[in-house]
Design a protein around this ligand. Structure first.
Ligand SMILES: [Fe+2]
Ligand SMILES: [Fe+2]
Length: 299
């Protein structure tokens, strides 16, 4: 729960397109909504930010307190966050910066907002810097008018995220090999960028399959009872993909991906199974959803 003061800042922000007076007059604020790591509930907090090209940097300063703020723990557990910035509102992936990138970005923040150096001096922990990418202004959302279009959109997003995790993982292994060749020690772990993206992917996939099993398939099966074997097969595939997903999620439980080789093996298995599943599902059920309007008509 935000404090009464925080809530008043949030209310003022939303009522005035992101402008807040009082102690925050003239400062760059955003509202970050994370999902509670333990509660699963949304948690909104006003934060100062520094803009760096197409990304926003926020710092887990907690005003120099000895522990990280709750929102930081939340985004490690559930990396997809909601950002309100001025009148804009978007979902994005939250990735804490690491190593020399962290130091570089923290220096960039301090150059614009020197108060963060004081917070850093007040505590023994390293203040995390979290990178939030702004949405691509070149990519207008396509108009979706049918449930088939909606399903395709979700599948396209899932395929894209998985391909990106792959590309980043392979780039990591290539960098390891190059460093080993040069006699330098390989970089540790797999990095938070990969972890955060993969975890967000796993959570979105779980949500998607749960809603297919719980809502979409039962309703469709009512209309097309002769397709029972198709839905049974899709449900079975969900179960076997969930097993791979649990293995992946277990590897992502800590902040660092401890076993990069096992991660890569599980990721390859996930990709094979999921790609076959999405292909089959699209071939069998997309034609049935083409005439179902989306968004659903409100009653
Ligand atoms: Fe599915
Ligand atoms: Fe699906």
């Amino acid at each position: 729960m935000p404090s009464a003061f925080q809530q008043s800042v949030i209310d003022e922000f939303r009522a005035n397109a992101g402008k807040v007076g009082g102690p925050f007059a003239g400062s760059d604020l955003l509202l970050l909504t994370t999902t509670g790591a333990r509660t699963g509930r949304p948690h909104t907090t006003p934060l100062g930010h520094v803009r760096d090209g197409d990304r926003l940097l926020v710092v887990g300063s907690n005003l120099g307190a000895p522990h990280h703020p709750d929102w930081y723990h939340n985004l490690l557990a559930r990396p997809t966050v909601q950002v309100e910035l001025g009148e804009q509102q978007f979902q994005t992936l939250a990735v804490p910066a690491e190593g020399s990138t962290h130091d570089e970005l923290f220096a960039r923040v301090v150059a614009e907002a020197p108060g963060y150096a004081e917070y850093q001096a007040a505590t023994g922990r390293v203040l995390p810097v979290v990178v939030l990418h702004l949405p691509d202004p070149q990519a207008p959302a396509p108009a979706i008018t049918s449930l088939a279009g909606k399903l395709t959109e979700v599948h396209t997003w899932l395929r894209g995220q998985l391909a990106q995790v792959h590309a980043e993982t392979e780039a990591h292994f290539a960098a390891r090999a190059a460093q080993r060749g040069a006699g330098a020690p390989p970089p540790p772990g797999l990095g938070l960028q990969i972890r955060q993206r993969c975890l967000a992917f796993c959570q979105a996939l779980e949500f998607h399959h749960t809603s297919e099993d719980g809502h979409v398939f039962p309703v469709m099966e009512g209309y097309h009872p002769h397709l029972r074997p198709v839905f049974d097969r899709l449900r079975e595939e969900h179960r076997s993909i969930a097993a791979v997903q649990s293995a992946l999620a277990a590897l992502l439980a800590g902040v660092a991906i401890a076993d990069p080789h096992r991660f890569r093996t599980e990721l390859t298995q996930m990709t094979e199974q999921l790609t076959a599943h999405l292909d089959y599902e699209e071939a069998e059920i997309l034609p049935l959803l083409a005439d179902v309007p989306w968004p659903p008509a409100s009653r």
